[in-house]
Design a protein around this ligand. Sequence first.
Ligand code: PGA
Length: 270
Amino acid sequence: MRVIVEPTADAATRRAAAFLARQLAKKPDSVLGLATGGTVVGIYQELIRLHREQGLDFSQTTSFNLDEYVGLPTTHEQSYRRFMQQHLFDHVNIPAERTHVPDGLATDFETSCARYEWEIGQAGGIDLQLLGIGRDGHIAFNEPGSSLGSRTRLKTLARETIRDNARFFGSEEAVPRLAVTMGVGTILDSRRCLLVAVGDSKAEAVAATVEGPVTAQVTASALQLHRDVVVILDEASAAQLRRKDYYAEVEEAQTLLESGQLAALGIASS
Ligand code: PGA
């Protein structure tokens, strides 16, 4: 797990957007796993800016979103399909037919969830999965107790999540009780994961994810089992990490490696 701590939320957001942009530059037909929520709004804004000002190209990109509320029409203000249109898809050149969000209005969820998994496979699997994290340590809507091998399925939202998301709906009662979500196992199948967290409300979940034991009680901790995870934080969300100094040293070494300053790392030149 590579842990990058930026001084501010803005800097963390820009760094995360730069990661996504680099992925698209390297592989224009990337399959991106996308997320919703307050944390990613700024990331998408930056991607839109890069699209407009620097020609960041989404024309060959395919996307799969992590989750969707059950029972909300796609036109509903708080549906994740609507969120994605509003915050990203309507502003970049991603072909509409290549954007996928789980179907929260399905009549047969077993079939529609299996189909979502199948579609991800047909697209070649997810190259880079963007992730936020809940205060209860969830990734996507994989609430505490979710199987670490789970696949896309229906999930009951935890009370804490309902309380957190009530700010978008006006009241707790208006928040749907169920969601369709990629499973932890689905997420772990991605080639690379990028987890982004900002703000002190995430500090405990971040510490449990990065430095705690792997446990279904903190589903983000399953990322410790993945071989290519980048975690981008601001100082506030990193505040409870015990090994912050070490992560900074790793980043320093990484920068030296990338810039070819091998002697500074004791690597003999050939
Ligand atoms: P947030 O949600 O970005 O709105 O904090 C993240 C999450 O719950 O996964």
